[in-house]
Structures are given as structure tokens and as C-alpha cells.
Design a protein around this ligand. Structure first.
Ligand code: CU
Length: 511
């Protein structure tokens, strides 16, 4: 995080005091915004009237600050340095893995210009994971837009209504498993939590350019599974079951697990001061790996998942499925500490370091005891009171059976494999204004992190507000949402190989 970002966070925390000093007549939101990251890009007058985004946390889904945040994303082949002499030929946005973090203030408008310089006829698009964008900005070809072909571009434009921790990635084929991803942070102009700094922790399982490509992996998985041609590609070594996931951790044996694009032998290092309070924003951008994350020598206070606040809970570690995000507060000790992401069921780890004082760095394969302490999973969380869904009867209930098997790799929903050429077939239909209940019933032997586009749902009746929820084998998770964002929205497994094999469906609004 750069100095400007940090200042904006601190100012937001200071609230009124900062406002008084900077702009007479502006409220705390105005001054925090004017001093923060968005000011250089703002097209409007920083003192202009603010929308209803100013009224509380999280900001309501309308209105805006008037500030525009412009960025360009060029998708192209790149050779990236993963540390410790490991380089990989991959596809990336602007040659970086992860791509440059995007940071906005709630109410800002993001204007992102995508340019495609990928090889051959490789189309792409950008999906803004977790953001309740207008349907046409959701980045899912061919459902919400056409594929952006090489040499062409597309401009995404939407207002970031709700503060939180998000990320973005392509939603074409298995491009999620390339280097094309980055964190997207929406700051709360009235941030209610006090902290001294914040660190974004982006996790990823990596094979591209090291062990074939994601496309080849998909082919191996779908053309015979473990017994077929995929034998040497797919998992066979170092894997096992995960107790937390009640089964296999995945099907792909990744050579590396990265934290912020770095291998454990050459980790990213966060510098801080002993006693400082830091907000961690943890994003799992992986494709086939759930991570158990802990900071050695520290306890975590879990505060948010998928951007939405929860009643705070103390934990030693947190389980983060693919597509999930968790925020946690931590008070730093004095020394050098390992921030470890254990790949569930894969017997491998990713690593970053936290350095606040003297000391030798821990070994690359370190496994702090906290990994085996109290692990927070989403089902243990309760939504913060101000983000709970209002009580209302269910207007429509859909049974979403998660079907298929690892052997046949015939992942599907209600036994139907999604067909991108006919995406609206067998859609789950809803009407605007309905309270929608989805019963996610996993009848398979493997966990599935189910992600819904364009909405957040609530687990149970007062559980966490989320957009991605891990459904364990032979379990049913009931979620509810308000149908308030018309369009055709994907509901799918965020294991990119499961999704691409067919575990997707559409939630479609009808009139
Ligand atoms: Cu799945």
C-alpha cells in the first residue's frame, strides 16, 4: 500500500477532525475523499454535494461521490518473476501478477478500459467479483457482453456502491488460473473501525507456465480424470483429505502457492511497528485451492467476509475458499512472523512475512501452531446488525443440487452441465422485488465454493452476508437474497475447473 492510500485510510478514521481542517462546509466524507486516492482522478468538484453513500456503513446502493476513477487494463502475455528465480510465462494485466490493486472510495465511479492483446483468437473480459454492478458491466461473455477479441477493447463503468474487499478477474474459460487478477478495495468514507494500517493479502494457486497451462489442465481433468491422460498433471502426490472440507482439497497439484505473487522461498514482506493495529484484507484468487490462513504468534479478529461486516470473532486462523474474502484485525507483536496460507488437503503452503523488529525469517515451509487453533469458517459468523436482511417471507425457493464427481469430472447443477452456447436454458427465474431462497444442496463428494454474481445473500436467517459460500460434501446451505438487480446472473462453483466443466447456472430475472 502506498503512502497516499494509507493517508486516506487514516483520514477516514479521523473523520470529523480531518473534515474541519480541509474544507469548510464539507463533511468528513468530502474531506477524506478529497485527500485520498481518488482526488487526482476526480473529475468533479471535491466539495460537490455527496450522495446517500455518505449516510452510513455500508453505503446504500445508490448515489455517488461524483469522483471518477479511471484505469486501463491491458491483457497480454507476460513473463513474470515469482521470486527465488522462478519465472513463468503467463497472461497478465499490464505485465504484473497480481495486477495493480484498484482502490476506490464508496460512491466513486470506476471507469476501466480493457484492451485485449492476448494471442490468437483469445477473447477475454473482466468480472468485478462481489460487486453489485449493472448486469451489462458484469463481464460474463456471452451472457452480459460479447467477448473482447484481440485488438479490441471494452470500457467498464459503474459506481462502487458498497465498501469492502473485492477482486477482479476474467470470466472466460479458465483464465482465472492465469495471472490476470488483482484486489479491488472499496474504502468506506465513514470507516467505523480504527486501525493504523491495512495490508492486502492475495492468495493464488499457480501452475501457468510452470506445469503446462490452465487450458491443458482443464483438458486433462475432463478427458479422463485421474486415470486418463491427466494422470501426471492432476493431483497424485502430496494430496490428502481436508478435515475442514470433509473431503479432497482439490484435483490439481499446483507447483506453487503464492501470496501477492511470490513463492514462499522469496516472500512478500509487510513492515510494521509493534503494537500497531492492522487490517488484513485476505482474497483467495485461487482456482482449485481453499486456504487456511494464520499469522504466527497472533490472534485474528475477523470483522468482514466478502466485503460485508460481521459480528467480530476471535480466531487463530480463517478458512478462505476460492472467491471468498475475509477481513481481520490484528495487533502486531515484536519480531518477524509468518503469514501462512495452508493449501487445504494439498500439504503445501504459501507464505508472506510480517516484520516489526529484529529476527531471522522463518523457514519457507513454516507451519505456525495457529493453523491448528480455532479456525473461523463462514457458518460460524453472524452478519452485523445493520447489514442483515429485513425479515420477510420467501417468495420463491430454488433447489440447487450440486452434482457430479471427481472421477468423471462431470460437475453440474441439478445434473445438467451448463452450456455457454445456450446459457438461458434451465435458468433459475426470479422477479424483481422477490425474496429469493436458494437451497444449495451438495450431493457430491467434494466441497464447492458457490458464487452468485450481482448480489449478496445471507446465510440462514442471520448469518453472514456473502457472495461466495463453501458448501461441504453432503450438506445443504440455505441462502436468501433480495432480487434487486435485474439481469442474467451466473451462479457457479468458483473452482474454475468445476465451473468450466459445467457447474454453473443462471439466475435470471423475468417480468
Ligand atoms: Cu466445485
Amino acid at each position: 500500500m502506498n503512502a497516499v492510500d494509507r493517508r486516506s485510510v487514516l483520514l477516514a478514521g479521523l473523520g470529523v477532525a480531518a473534515g474541519a481542517g480541509v474544507a469548510a462546509g464539507a463533511d468528513a466524507l468530502g474531506s477524506a475523499t478529497a485527500t485520498g486516492t481518488t482526488a487526482p482522478n476526480a473529475s468533479g468538484d471535491p466539495g460537490a454535494p455527496r450522495g446517500p453513500g455518505a449516510s452510513g456503513s455500508p453505503a446504500p446502493k445508490s448515489g455517488g461521490t461524483g469522483a471518477e476513477h479511471r484505469l486501463s487494463l491491458t491483457a497480454a502475455p507476460a513473463t513474470v518473476d515469482l521470486g527465488a528465480g522462478v519465472t513463468a510465462r503467463t497472461w497478465a494485466f499490464d505485465g504484473r501478477v497480481p495486477a495493480r490493486e484498484v482502490r476506490l472510495t464508496a460512491g466513486d465511479t470506476l471507469v476501466a478500459e480493457l484492451a485485449n492483446r492476448l494471442p490468437g483468437r483469445t477473447g477475454t473480459a473482466v468480472h468485478w467479483h462481489g460487486m453489485a454492478v449493472p448486469n451489462a458491466m458484469d463481464g460474463v461473455p456471452p451472457v452480459t457482453q460479447r467477448e473482447v477479441l484481440p485488438g479490441a477493447g471494452f470500457t467498464y463503468r459503474f459506481t462502487a456502491a458498497t465498501p469492502g474487499t473485492y477482486f477482479f478477474h476474467p470470466h472466460v474459460g479458465v483464465q482465472l488460473d492465469t495471472g490476470m487478477y488483482a484486489a479491488l478495495i472499496v474504502e468506506d468514507p465513514r470507516e467505523p473501525m480504527a486501525y493504523d494500517d491495512e495490508w492486502v493479502v492475495v492468495l493464488d494457486d499457480w501452475l501457468d507456465g510452470i506445469k503446462g497451462t490452465p487450458d491443458r489442465m482443464l483438458q486433462a481433468l475432463t478427458s479422463g480424470g485421474s486415470g486418463g491422460s491427466g494422470g501426471e498433471e492432476t493431483d497424485g502426490d502430496g494430496s490428502g483429505d481436508s478435515g475442514l472440507l470433509r473431503g479432497a482439497g482439490g484435483s490439481v497439484a499446483y507447483p506453487y502457492h503464492l501470496v501477492n505473487g511470490r513463492v514462499p522461498a522469496d516472500p512478500d514482506t509487510y513492515a510494521g511497528k509493534p503494537g500497531a493495529r492492522v487490517r488484513l484484507r485476505i482474497v483467495n484468487a485461487g482456482s482449485d485451492t481453499a486456504y487456511r490462513v494464520a499469522l504466527g504468534g497472533h490472534r485474528l479478529t475477523v470483522t468482514h467476509t466478502d466485503g460485508y461486516p460481521v459480528e467480530h470473532q476471535e480466531a487463530d486462523a480463517v478458512l478462505v475458499g476460492m472467491g471468498e474474502r475475509y477481513d481481520a484485525l490484528v495487533t502486531l507483536g515484536d519480531g518477524v512472523f509468518p503469514l501462512v496460507a495452508l493449501a487445504e488437503g494439498k500439504n503445501r503452503t504459501g507464505l508472506a512475512l510480517v516484520r516489526t523488529g529484529k529476527g531471522a525469517a522463518p523457514a519457507a515451509g513454516v507451519r505456525p501452531a495457529e493453523l491448528n487453533g480455532r479456525v473461523i469458517t463462514a457458518d460460524l459468523l453472524t452478519a452485523a446488525e445493520d447489514v442483515r436482511l429485513r425479515a420477510a417471507p420467501d417468495d420463491v425457493t430454488h433447489l440447487v443440487r450440486l452434482t457430479g464427481s471427481m472421477d468423471r469430472y462431470d460437475w453440474s447443477i441439478n445434473r445438467r452441465r451448463f452450456d455457454m452456447r445456450d446459457p438461458r436454458a434451465a435458468a433459475f427465474t426470479v422477479r424483481r422485488g422477490q425474496r429469493v431462497r436458494l437451497d444449495l444442496k451438495n450431493v457430491s463428494e467434494m466441497f464447492h465454493p458457490m458464487h452468485l454474481h450481482g448480489h449478496t445473500f445471507q446465510l440462514g436467517t442471520s448469518g453472514a452476508r456473502k457472495d461466495t459460500v463453501t458448501v461441504l460434501p453432503h450438506r445443504t446451505v440455505t441462502v436468501r437474497l433480495d432480487a434487486d438487480n435485474p439481469g442474467d446472473w451466473l451462479l457457479h462453483c468458483h473452482n474454475v475447473y468445476h465451473g468450466e466443466a459445467g457447474m454453473m447456472a443462471l439466475l435470471s430475472y423475468v417480468s
